[in-house]
Structure formats: structure tokens, C-alpha cells
Design a protein. Sequence first.
Length: 135
Amino acid sequence: SGFNHLRFMIVFNRGSGSTIATIGLRFNGDTGSNYKVLETSYIGTSITSATSSATYAPAVFINTNNSMAVVDMSYVKANNFYKHVQSNCSVYTNSTSQFTWCSTWESNSPITSISLISSNGAVNFSGEFTVYGSF
């Protein structure tokens, strides 16, 4: 039972005195560097891209203003291939910043739990986290 495909709609605002952070998704408690990430960012007039290994799949960047993201995950119940996550995030600072993360969790296990992880320790934020699912 459960959904095979997930979509997260995220709107966050960082609380006062809190640090700037990327909020990511960690699957099944896997804390290893098993998440391969391609990041493309557009900040001001500059476009950059980079690849890395991480301990979570990036989902949304929290700055002093509203941050919004759409995160898509397919075949989360499958047990025969790696899981893919795509996040499109918009952040308004002095200029609009766009981030796109394409992540792969290198595990053949079905996703049975998802944790929110901060790149910068405890983060004080408010917002909405809505989950949609389909079979």
C-alpha cells in the first residue's frame, strides 16, 4: 500500500536569528554519502552548476525571505533501482535566485521513511509542507 510517486510543495520563511540553510530529504535514515547531487543555480545574472556527494537530497534553500520549492520523487516503493529526486527552488533575496537539484539516492531499497535535514544545524522557520501522492 502507499503511494508510488510523491510531490512536495514547500514554502518556508526563515525565523529571525536563525542561520541560512538548505533543507534536504534523508531516506530510511541513511546518513552515508549515498546521495549524488547535480546543482544548477541562477543568482542575479550568474549561472553555475556543480556535482557532489551528500548525506541527503537537497530540497529547499532557506534565506531571510520566502523560499518555495516543488520536489518530485518517482517510484519510491520500487526495490530494483536507485531513487531520483528533482527539486526546483525559488528564493527571493535582493534579486531572485533559482536552484535546481537533481539527486539520486544510490539504494535499491523502497523508501519507507523521509526525514528533513538541515545543512546548518537547527533552523528556526515557519511555513507549509504539503505532500501529494499517486499510485
